[in-house]
Design a protein around this ligand. Structure first.
Ligand SMILES: C[S@@+](CC[C@H](N)C(=O)[O-])C[C@H]1O[C@@H](n2cnc3c(N)ncnc32)[C@H](O)[C@@H]1O
Length: 354
């Protein structure tokens, strides 16, 4: 039976080097407060009071100072992440009119610049398309040229690696095979535009907390964890919020550490994580297999060959790389001294393809 451990710290991530041992983190998946987005103004003002004085008079400098606060976190993460580990940041740019002047504040390019300067290598990023149907989405002079503005309907998922590619020894190789994803998942997950990830149904349903923390969708972080880490790895989120990263780490059999400034989020997460959530996560994992089985059925019905077979999941698979994939469902949850301990059942070969 496998086990994962999940820690949440109420702490300021700008000082995370005080609580995270260097070179111990396999993957960071996170979404910071977005500079120049109004909902985060007060937070940035509290980090550096000069920003409040700047924002109306010198907005470009305020933007820079807000990013300098985030830089402290990116810097600390560089030493926390193992060689070959990844830093993945979900970030949106901001548009804002200040004293009648409309402008784009490009958070994603500012963050790429800093992380590359720190020594991270930037890999191809993902554009997460978040289409809006709001009737007032077009801003500016309407049908008159040339004072209308393109609507921002996307965010970025920035992908960085520290150092060079990981080397897998024999034990790690088997774990890597068991942590693989299906061929058809690869085809969607590794495309550079994600249009199918919607910020809709979440597994923990405290909507008020989700709005307050601008939570990202479970599916988004679940994919990233499965794309860039293996079972048993340690995932860190320095901007924990409602804990979506921790939930996705739990569902993916990874350990996690969450760091959050606001005390209430940790309390609420520990209060809400329960057997009901475990069942929801298990449904989510099973659905992944059901979707695969549907995919295989369609493929076979359309006369295409499916050459390989995964004995554990009892399902045909397209490539040899998928024959060892296993999913272990969650069995129990314990909270001991505020640490969340998850035990898993053995693999779900109980749900055969037919
Ligand atoms: C965009 S939200 C993250 C939402 C999260 N991904 C989720 O799904 O709920 C940013 C979070 O970072 C927290 N935060 C901001 N500055 C922080 C800091 N310096 N240290 C730790 N947490 C911080 C905020 O309180 C907020 O909950």
């Amino acid at each position: 039976m496998t086990q994962t451990i999940h820690n949440i710290f109420t702490f300021d991530s700008r000082n995370l080097q005080e609580i995270i041992i260097p070179n111990t983190i396999d993957l960071v998946v996170t979404s910071p407060p977005y500079p120049m987005i109004r909902m985060w103004d007060e937070l940035f003002f509290s980090m550096n009071s000069i920003i409040k004085d700047m924002i109306l008079e010198k907005p470009q400098e305020a933007f820079e100072l807000m990013n300098q606060e985030l830089d402290k976190v990116w810097t600390a993460l560089y030493s926390s992440i193992k060689d070959g580990g990844f830093l993945i940041i979900n970030i949106g740019d901001a548009t804002r009119t200040i004293k009648g002047d409309f402008q784009l504040y490009s958070n994603h390019s500012r963050i790429i610049y800093k992380c590359v300067e720190l020594g991270f290598k930037n890999l191809p990023n993902i554009l997460w398309r978040k289409q809006t149907n709001a009737p007032n989405k077009f801003m500016g002079s309407g049908m008159f040229p040339s004072g209308a503005y393109v609507t921002l309907e996307h965010e970025y998922i920035l992908i960085f690696r520290k150092g060079t590619k990981q080397v897998y020894n024999e034990t790690k190789k088997q774990n890597r095979r068991e942590s693989s994803y299906f061929w058809e998942e690869r085809n969607i997950w590794f495309s550079d535009i994600w249009e199918d990830v919607k910020g809709t149904k979440q597994l923990l349903t405290n909507q008020e907390a989700r709005d307050r923390s601008a939570a990202y969708p479970f599916e988004l972080v679940y994919r990233l964890i499965n794309m860039y880490s293996c079972k048993g790895d340690t995932i860190l989120d320095p901007f924990f919020g409602t804990g979506t990263t921790t939930l996705a780490a739990i569902a993916s059999e990874r350990n996690s550490i969450g760091i959050e400034l606001e005390q209430s989020f940790k309390k609420s997460f520990l209060k809400n994580i329960s057997f009901t959530n475990i069942q929801k996560l298990n449904e989510y994992i099973c659905n992944r297999l059901y979707k695969h089985n549907d995919f295989v059925k369609c493929r076979i019905e359309s006369g295409k060959e499916v050459k390989y077979y995964n004995q554990k999941l009892k399902t045909p698979v397209i490539t040899r790389q998928e024959i060892d994939i296993i999913f272990n469902l969650l069995d129990s949850i314990k909270i001991i001294k505020e640490k969340i301990i998850i035990n898993y059942m053995d693999h779900i070969g109980l749900l055969p393809y037919n």
